[in-house]
Ligand binder design. Structure first.
Ligand SMILES: [Zn+2]
Length: 180
């Protein structure tokens, strides 16, 4: 059904991330803002993990997590929600993540570490985790690693815009003195 299309978490807006860093640079611990950005990143990481592993999807009808009966979904594995009966073809599933920048690649360790650590972290630790995730990607973008981590999978905008944002963020935090 058209209105039961598989949904993945969207990228996080640059404005939100910039606002969080501005707040942090002023020494504030704005828990609402941290959770706003952090939870959006958390959901995006979960979507990336699900798509990359290709064996779990959130049922768009009842929000239950549907697991693959095999190692990962291919054409021969049915995608059916055991709770409500919602189903999708492999083609619909594949179309749902195509061109969405949801392939984790070599950055999977970072997406996984963030997704696993975020929910049990205290607010100040959450800010550190967000900063860690963002800087991990910064390094990779600067060095243009073809298969390395890419902040463009997490943050909205073109690769150039995302890199410009990360450069501005680096200038506004306590690591500003590091060698260029
Ligand atoms: Zn369902």
């Amino acid at each position: 059904m058209q209105n039961e299309r598989i949904q993945w978490a969207p990228k996080v807006s640059q404005a939100k991330i910039w606002a969080l860093y501005q707040s942090d640079a002023r020494g504030l611990v704005d828990e609402t803002l941290i959770d706003d950005v952090g939870f959006a990143l958390f959901q995006r990481c979960q979507s990336i993990i699900m798509v990359t592993e290709r064996r779990r999807v959130v049922c768009p009808r009842c929000a239950q997590i549907v697991c693959c009966s095999g190692e990962r979904w291919f054409r021969e594995h049915a995608i059916v929600c055991p709770d409500c009966g919602w189903s999708a073809s492999y083609g619909q599933y594949r179309d749902s993540w195509r061109h969405q920048d949801l392939q984790g690649g070599n950055a999977m360790y970072a997406f996984r570490a963030f997704a696993e650590g975020y929910q049990r972290a205290a607010p100040r630790e959450r800010m550190l985790l967000i900063d860690w995730l963002i800087n991990a990607f910064h390094w990779s973008l600067k060095h243009s690693r073809r298969h390395g981590p890419a902040a463009t999978q997490l943050i909205a905008g073109s690769a150039e815009q995302v890199l410009a944002l990360l450069d501005r963020l680096a200038g506004s935090d306590t690591n500003a003195g590091q060698v260029q």
